[in-house]
Design a protein around this ligand. Structure first.
Ligand code: FAD
Length: 549
């Protein structure tokens, strides 16, 4: 068994996928597929997972990056959804405290006498109650003065009060990856760049799938008793392979976020504000930047390359410029941006913003189980429902455990609490400061890798002490770690989904892309032409993140 989740073990994992019959084959390495693979393997099932690009390539790296209860779903009277995802926030924080970080959200309110103010007050109370929020984290209603003190940038004329409530911020792609890695430790075999192209049948029932190794073009078959389609926005495309796209179908909506330097929008804290069309938008400070989102518009274009239009960014810029005083953001202020697709369930006559975020499971006559909808935050409960169904249908006679994922920490060496996370940040800082790094670097490392930062710093000490540019040496150490432990296979895997530098520090990507491409080439045995190809692919991603047609 290939016992390290290393890109250098890819061929070993491939040969196991080819030879072993599995209980479940999961299609899609977003948070939904990752959650299912971990849940099923922890219960004792033999699981394979195929992802056609990198893990979290789809929506799971392009969200608002919040583990949140979805306050606005109260407006749609989706109490069940709010209760489930609201309660899950604390569970996911417990599972990965370094990656799911408490963040107070400020909700400015415009008219204290209006229904909106009282709706917010009662709604937030209901939200806390439904989600079982701890006393110290419960919502706090603020006077006008206190709201403006909390966020002096707000235009006074629009503020008549406010509320502070508890949410969590995360890195969606890293959360997905840690779930994938934990599943691997429980015996699942997940592999990226493995695209399902068709199903294999016996007596009209699916018994596996044919897949293509996207890196080599090789075709192989994976045998499995059950196939679960967790392909997010591509769920219907995969159902089409089975000719089972009947009745319910997906409705995709696009959500765009833009990133500006923190000094261009220096909000004190995360803020969730109204825009004139009745929607709400987040502005979230993160390290050296603030990001703003999201839009919500119907989408029917290419799912593999979702473009950002001028009107997407204008909508967000206008929302910010109207809400905060002295802020005049323009397209030139934008450092980077991303666009994601919500895989929602189609409902006749409903506008994009009004569609339910609930998940649904579809079963086809051939036995294909598809899951769509839902949220990052609710991934664990979605997985539990799918695995319960799979067991009920196919493995009743097996002696399998109940769902275990509420207590499986998402890191080999987990933190017990957020206090431990903060203490460890200081320890890392002590180790790094002699190289000239600030506390923000240790915070970035710990919030990104948790205790695995030790391994990265060990690589630094062992391989890169002679590199004069300490920032580069640290980046090279992160690269080495992510190749050997996180299946980094392409340059974009590293810059987009392992480090998120393409969104939150694109200058660093520009500065180091060539030397990192060469280093990755050495680690993975690329030719000079491979290195050039990878740089070209990365340029395409940079272009998509910085050009708005
Ligand atoms: P995906 O992440 O898209 O994964 C599906 C995967 O399947 C893809 O990686 C794809 O490459 C793969 N695939 C497709 N076809 C094949 C094939 N033939 N073979 C192999 N693999 C295949 N939720 C929250 O809780 N908090 C938020 O803050 C939040 N913000 C959001 C903001 C936006 C703009 C959007 C769009 C969504 C947001 N969500 C949020 C919702 C959340 O991000 C999604 O519900 C979730 O990421 C969906 O995950 P998924 O695994 O179902 O889909």
């Amino acid at each position: 068994m290939a016992n390290l989740f290393s890109a250098l073990n890819r061929s070993k994992i491939l040969s196991e996928l080819r030879s072993v019959p599995f209980d479940i084959l999961v299609i899609g390495g977003g948070i939904t597929g990752a959650g299912i693979a971990l849940d099923a393997s922890a219960r004792g099932l033999r699981v394979a997972l195929a992802e056609k690009k990198d893990f979290a390539f789809g929506t799971s790296s392009r969200s608002t990056k919040l583990i949140h209860g979805g306050l606005r779903y109260l407006k749609q009277l989706e109490f069940g959804l709010v209760k489930e995802v609201g309660s899950e926030r604390a569970v996911v924080h417990f599972l990965a405290p370094h990656l799911v970080i408490p963040e107070k959200m400020l909700l400015p309110l415009s008219d204290k006498k209006s229904v909106g103010y009282w709706m917010a007050s009662i709604g937030l109370k209901l939200y806390d109650w439904l989600a079982g929020v701890r006393k110290e984290d419960r919502r706090l209603m603020l006077t006008r003065q206190k709201t403006l003190r909390a966020e002096p940038l707000l235009r006074e004329e629009f503020v008549n009060g406010g509320a502070l409530y508890a949410e969590y911020r995360t890195d969606d792609a890293r959360l997905t990856l840690e779930i994938i890695k934990t599943g691997f430790e429980y015996g699942a075999l997940p592999l990226s760049y493995l695209r399902i192209t068709e199903f294999i049948y016996a007596d009209n029932k699916i018994t596996g799938a044919r897949v293509m190794d996207v890196l080599t073009g090789e075709l192989l078959s994976i045998q499995a008793r059950v196939v679960v389609n967790a392909a997010g926005p591509w769920v219907d495309e995969v159902r089409d392979f089975d000719k089972s796209k009947k009745r319910k179908r997906l409705h995709l909506t696009k959500g765009v976020h833009i990133v500006v330097a923190r000094e261009k929008l220096p909000v004190q804290q995360a803020i969730y504000f109204d825009v004139p069309d009745g929607r709400m938008i987040f502005a979230i400070p993160r390290g050296r930047v603030t990001y703003i989102g999201t839009t919500d518009t119907d989408y029917a274009g290419d799912k593999d390359s979702v473009t950002i239009t001028k009107s997407d960014v204008d909508y967000l810029l206008q929302a910010v410029n109207n809400t905060f005083k002295g802020i005049h953001l323009t397209v030139e202020s934008i450092e980077s941006a991303w666009a994601g697709l919500r895989p929602l369930i189609y409902e006749e006559g409903k506008a994009a913003s009004d569609l339910s975020r609930k998940d649904e499971i579809f079963e086809s006559p051939s036995g294909l189980i598809s899951i769509a909808g839902g949220k990052l935050t609710g991934y664990r409960k979605m997985a539990e429902r799918v695995v319960n169904l799979v067991i009920k249908k196919h493995f009743q006679t097996y002696r399998l455990k109940e769902c275990q994922t509420y207590k499986i920490k998402l890191s080999r060496n987990p933190f017990l609490s957020f206090k431990d996370v903060m203490e460890y940040e200081n320890t890392v800082y002590e180790r790094l400061k002699s190289f000239g790094f600030s506390h923000s670097t240790s915070q970035y490392l710990v919030h990104t890798y948790g205790y695995q930062t030790n391994e990265i710093l060990d690589y630094y000490d062992k391989n890169y002490l002679s590199v004069k540019d300490a920032e580069l040496a640290l980046l090279q150490s992160e690269l080495r770690f992510s190749v050997h432990h996180e299946m980094v296979t392409t340059l974009a895997d590293f810059f987009v989904r392992r480090t998120a530098l393409i969104y939150f520090d694109i200058e660093k990507v520009q500065k180091y892309k060539k030397v990192i491409a060469t280093e990755l080439g050495e680690l993975l045995g690329w030719t000079a032409a491979n290195v050039q190809h990878e740089l070209k692919q990365l340029e395409n991603v940079i272009f998509e993140s910085t050009h708005f047609g």
